[in-house]
Write a protein that binds this ligand. Structure first.
Ligand SMILES: NC(=O)C1=CN([C@@H]2O[C@H](COP(=O)(O)OP(=O)(O)OC[C@H]3O[C@@H](n4cnc5c(N)ncnc54)[C@H](OP(=O)(O)O)[C@@H]3O)[C@@H](O)[C@H]2O)[C@@H](O)CC1
Ligand SMILES: [K+]
Length: 504
């Protein structure tokens, strides 16, 4: 399980280490050394390095890197943004050490910068890191613009300057780096877009901070990797019964919109639910009947018959929403699904149907005494249900999802290239295995089915949602470029097989 540290948490890790007896300058030396090592690895011969240093400790790391590279025989030049007198503490020490080692230090001059950039084979961006707290403007923004325009090979120290470590947002203008070297642990901004794209490859350097500090800091943001949820997943046992793996129920849309439910139902079965059943109106059921094999089908004429289907407690996990239609009928069916012990995935039209009265939905979720609820909105659906949260542009995606989870009581899967899963207890996971090919019709229906299957199998709700999103991403990788949603279904078998093998 990989934890991610917000800039505040990272600062706490630094401070705890310093209070524990490691001087800050030692941490800075290690950070600068890691940057210098990366520079050396990125150049096949000794050539000019240009270090751009800012006014804080990120700049301090730049001074150390310049000093070490100079000692190793690299021609180095350092340009300082702002006045040298502003440097304080460890950064001032690092500046003195670099000057004493003979590093040429100049005040950064915008007019001369293009020339300096032209001379350099590699640029080190040590302008701003974790301390960035407002948009870059004026000279700082201009520097970033000129570096990007030059398209020079650039190593970012900690973060590409201008990228927020907490949210991945670009504040004003941001460096487009070839590689980013960060320290101790990655930050959310390395995984969240647009930051992720601007980092290039990210490496994490050990700078002498002990993992023990994490016990006190208790980070609540994680990478959605396998380790996060795998301990909760088990392959079938030799003596197991299909009912041990749960029974997924997928509520279908009307006769002309049945495909979404089938995608979800087959995905649920492939993702390991012991059984999967589609519930449909008689006209929709006759369409399904021509297509379904292992997935079962139950027709219902009216609400009473729908309630009778739900009364079977073996149907322990339900998906409602894909192509369900927006309106009162869907609202009533959602309320019926939520009224019981089963786990519920609310997707698509089940979310949009409550755009006018989200509180009613949240109340039904909060009233649920057992069985988890997962909502899987994309940005548009999210804004319909949580307009106040969506309007807070400076909030990070994990924080938006956390707030929505607290407000609604559901686990939120906020979809996108960097899908975030958050729970009301404050945990949030960021996904990094998504494929751009997942942005295709029906992909969300497949995801809803997989998450439903994970809950049917008894995973706790947050872990089930994380597992579902991860498995969806792996399936897309296996299906490869050009995939359509149907292609995700057969390859789920391979993803599950690998999971099973991994635990053997
Ligand atoms: N001991 C440690 O803690 C270790 C820390 N380490 C390193 O330190 C980095 C964090 O250092 P940091 O906290 O000094 O912040 P940093 O990113 O240098 O920026 C702050 C400066 O920028 C300024 N500023 C901010 N926004 C601005 C804007 N938009 N436009 C213009 N100015 C702006 C702000 O100025 P002010 O707000 O005072 O005007 C302040 O002067 C971290 O990323 C890592 O690289 C490692 O060495 C390991 C040990
Ligand atoms: K930087």
């Amino acid at each position: 399980m990989e934890v991610l540290l917000t800039p505040e948490e990272m600062s706490e890790a630094d401070q705890r280490t310093i209070r524990g007896g490691t001087p800050g300058i030692e941490l800075m030396d290690e950070a600068g050394r890691a940057v210098a090592d990366t520079c050396a690895r990125m150049m096949d011969h000794v050539a000019q390095v240009l270090v751009l240093a800012g006014p804080g400790n990120n700049g301090g790391d730049g001074f150390v890197a310049a000093r070490i590279l100079k000692k190793r025989g690299y021609p180095v030049r350092l340009l300082l943004l702002g006045e040298a007198s502003r440097l304080k503490g460890d950064a001032a020490t690092a500046r003195d050490d670099a000057a004493n080692a003979g590093v040429p230090i100049e005040r950064l001059n915008l007019a001369k910068l293009p020339e300096r950039l032209k001379e350099a084979r590699l640029v080190v961006d040590a302008l701003f890191g974790a301390g960035l707290d407002r948009p870059l403007e004026g000279d700082a923004a201009q520097v970033v613009h000129l570096v990007n325009e030059r398209r020079a090979k650039t190593i970012a120290v900690d973060l590409p300057s201008g990228v927020s470590g907490g949210s991945g947002a670009v504040l004003g203008e941001a460096i487009r780096a070839t590689r980013t070297v960060t320290f101790f642990r990655r930050k959310p901004g390395h995984l969240l877009f647009p930051g992720r794209e601007l980092c290039g490859g990210v490496s994490v350097a050990d700078i002498g901070i002990s993992a023990d500090v994490l016990e006190e800091i208790r980070p609540r943001t994680f990478v959605n990797d396998r380790e996060l949820w795998r301990p909760h997943w088990n392959p079938p046992t030799v003596t197991g019964h299909k009912y041990d793996r749960g029974h997924a129920l997928i509520v279908s849309g009307p006769a002309v919109r049945t495909g979404a439910a089938r995608l979800a139902a087959v995905a649920a079965l492939r993702a390991g639910a012991g059984l999967s059943t589609v519930a449909a109106s008689p006209s929709a059921a006759s369409v399904h009947a021509a297509h379904l094999t292992a997935v079962m089908l139950k027709a219902y004429k009216d609400e009473e018959q729908f309630a009778a289907i739900l009364a079977d407690r073996r149907l322990n996990s339900v998906v409602i929403g894909p192509a369900a239609g927006v309106g009162e009928e869907t609202r009533r069916r959602v309320a019926m699904c939520l009224d019981g012990e089963r786990a519920v995935v609310l997707d698509a039209d089940a979310l949009t149907s409550f755009a006018e009265e989200p509180e009613a939905l949240f109340a039904s979720i909060r009233n649920k005494t057992s069985g988890g609820v997962v909502m899987t909105p994309h940005d548009g659906e999210f804004a319909r249900l949580f307009p106040d949260i969506a309007a807070q542009a400076s909030m990070s995606k994990p924080d938006r999802a956390r707030e929505a989870a607290r407000l609604s009581g559901a686990v939120i899967v906020l979809k996108g290239a960097d899908t975030v899963i958050a729970s009301a207890d404050g945990r949030a996971a960021i996904t990094e295995n998504a494929s751009p090919w997942l942005a295709t019709a029906g992909s969300g229906d497949v995801l809803a089915g997989i998450v439903c299957a994970m809950m049917a199998q008894g995973l706790p709700v947050f872990e089930a949602a994380c597992a579902g999103v991860w498995i969806h991403g792996q399936a897309a990788k296996k299906a490869g470029p050009g995939l359509i949603s149907e292609d995700l279904l057969p390859v789920l078998k391979d993803v599950i097989a690998e999971l099973a093998e991994d635990r053997a």
